[in-house]
Design a binder for this molecule. Structure first.
Ligand SMILES: [Zn+2]
Length: 241
């Protein structure tokens, strides 16, 4: 059904702030900063959620101060706090790391599993779940510590017999440093009241939509570079669970 070659076909394009304004096109992923910068403790960005919304209506990330897990769905931006409670993010709030896309499905199937050989791109799964195990992180104050230390203080919670949506992306291994390789998923319940960063789940039924993408535009804050960055795989495993 899916062409395996698509998995390794992702063009990463770095933008500075001045070039990034209203850079929005179908199937083009837009990202604020890099996962490597976030792992290093760069928890304050200058991009507002109003600006982020110009680049897409679907995605994930976090807020300044690493203040919870962000979920963007159907043009609304939500934050799951450290206990998994969800509220909408004000447009004036800012993000140190986020990925969004104007979501348009290129794959649309009924399934209970995400695809092992899914193409690179945005992944939306609306379904009924036996459980979803998720985490969130407590808001940090400067001086900021690396994410691996903060992750030790994460709160983990399980949602049982729940309906909701997995929101996220699948990136190839060679995107590590820029992005989380493999699946990176956040969850929000159907009533939009609970959510978090997904550690594990089991679905009973659902609808999987994928927006296949071969373009990732990364807006780099001052001092953050794309080249030469490499994320320690073990460190990422600890953090991503
Ligand atoms: Zn996450």
């Amino acid at each position: 059904m899916l062409d395996e070659r698509l998995v390794s076909n992702l063009h990463v394009h770095a933008l500075r702030r001045s070039e990034a304004h209203a850079d929005r096109a179908p199937h083009v992923l837009f990202q604020a900063s890099t996962i490597a910068a976030l792992l290093d403790g760069a928890y304050e960005g200058d991009l507002t959620f109003a600006e982020l919304a110009e680049h897409g209506d679907f995605g994930l990330g976090t807020l300044n101060g690493l203040d919870g897990e962000m979920i963007a769905l159907d043009g609304r931006f939500y934050r799951a706090d450290v206990s998994g409670d969800v509220a909408e993010v004000p447009p004036s709030a800012r993000t140190p790391f986020a990925v969004v896309v104007p979501f348009e499905a290129t794959v649309d199937v009924a399934t209970t599993e995400l695809l092992d050989a899914a193409p690179v791109g945005a992944v939306r799964f609306d379904g009924s779940f036996e459980f979803v195990r998720a985490r969130s992180v407590p808001r940090q104050d400067p001086p900021y510590r690396p994410l691996a230390e903060v992750a030790a203080e994460q709160h983990v919670f399980s949602f049982k017999d729940v309906r909701g949506t997995l929101v996220g992306f699948r990136f190839p291994d060679y995107a590590s440093g820029v992005e989380v390789p493999g699946y990176h998923l956040h969850f929000i319940t159907e009533d939009r009241r609970r959510g978090g960063h997904v550690l594990d789940y089991r679905a009973r039924s659902g609808r999987l939509r994928i927006d296949t993408s071969s373009e990732l535009h990364v807006e780099l804050p001052p001092g953050v570079e794309l080249s030469g960055e490499h994320v320690d795989e073990e460190e990422l495993q600890r953090i991503e669970g």
